[in-house]
Design a protein around this ligand. Structure first.
Ligand code: ASP
Length: 322
């Protein structure tokens, strides 16, 4: 029995682990955990409080997959509903459809009684407005004087754009769990890349790209540059590598190597390292796990009978791209 999650999923892991121990099936446990992250206004990459798209509107993507039944579903570009993973779970339970987007996803959520609200918090709005003001000299917005910038906003930009290349704009939560009978399930939820084009859909709601689960092999989910997972069907490919006998870490690192080799040169540094980052979280039905990262230090979360702890992700490249 085990739960794993991306670095930002502590509340989710605690909840999912507690539920799993009391006999809740892995998928329900994982989604209950993800719901807590979607509720957190300070987690600006997921659910309520997510950073909006280019037009200032929060659009959410999420999916669930159950490795026991091999069923799953996703919702994409969903507005005004803070729990997209729960909407995706309903879609899986109530229909034979696998993906709903935009207005259709919202209508489905509405039909299921999900509350509608403005997901844009005041802080996320101020971050977006600052981005509009600084991004170009060619538009109507004047760049604010450095000493007039709100400290909360300045801190967010420093964290996401002031650090190493590739850290900008990203964030998502992924959680996976397996029980003692070898049933495995996972979910991924995100507000996607900050300031994305309206209607842009990333990897998170797409089965096989942002997540995949199969009791016969294992599960994989991802954070980071979603387009790389969409182009490489990363989560599905990792699960197939597990099926072929690779360990979780071998499968994850082999996938990152394949992605790096296939990344267009204009997205890489001179040494061939992608400037974007990508993280894969892998779990097997017998409870072996790994977190891997394209580059740079990062941790992921693990909960099992030994407790809840942070473990280091294994990097493909020791050094960050230049
Ligand atoms: N993978 C997500 C997306 O591309 C975002 C992220 O994890 O940073 O939408």
């Amino acid at each position: 029995m085990k739960v794993i999650a991306s670095h930002n999923g502590l509340a989710a892991v605690e909840r999912a682990w507690e539920l799993l121990q009391s006999g809740t099936p892995p998928l329900a446990a994982v989604v209950a955990g993800i719901t807590l992250v979607e509720d957190d206004p300070e987690e600006h990459s997921v659910g309520y409080g997510g950073i909006p798209n280019e037009a200032g509107i929060v659009e959410l993507d999420a999916a669930v997959m159950d490795g026991r039944t091999l069923r799953g579903a996703g919702v994409a570009a969903l507005r005004n509903v803070r729990h997209p993973a729960r909407v995706a779970m309903r879609l899986m339970e109530q229909t034979n459809r696998v993906l709903l987007v935009g207005e259709g996803a919202l209508a489905f959520a509405r039909a299921n009684g999900f509350a509608e609200e403005n997901l844009l918090t005041d802080k996320a709005r101020r971050i977006w407005l600052h981005w509009k003001r600084i991004r170009s000299e060619l538009d109507d917005w004047r760049t604010p004087a450095a000493d007039s910038v709100d400290p909360d906003v300045a801190a967010w930009f420093e964290k996401h754009f002031g650090g190493p290349a590739g850290h900008a704009k990203v964030g998502t939560v992924h959680v996976a769990a397996c029980d003692d009978a070898g049933n495995i399930a996972c979910s991924t939820s995100t507000s996607g890349h900050a300031f994305k084009l309206p209607g842009r859909v990333g990897d998170s709601p797409i089965l096989g790209a942002g997540l995949f689960a199969d009791n016969g092999a294992g599960s994989c989910g991802s954070l980071g540059h979603g387009e790389a997972n969409l182009l490489n069907c990363s989560s599905f490919a990792v699960v197939e590598m597990l099926r072929a006998g690779r360990t979780p870490a071998e499968a994850g690192l082999e996938m990152l190597r394949r992605i790096a080799d296939r990344t267009p040169r204009d997205q890489c540094d001179a040494a061939g390292r992608p400037r974007f980052n990508l993280w894969l979280y892998i779990l097997t039905p017998d409870g072996r796990e790994a977190g891997v990262t394209m580059w740079g230090p990062k941790e992921f979360l693990v909960a099992d009978s030994a407790g809840i702890r942070r473990q280091a992700c294994q990097p493909l490249f020791e050094n960050r791209p230049s």
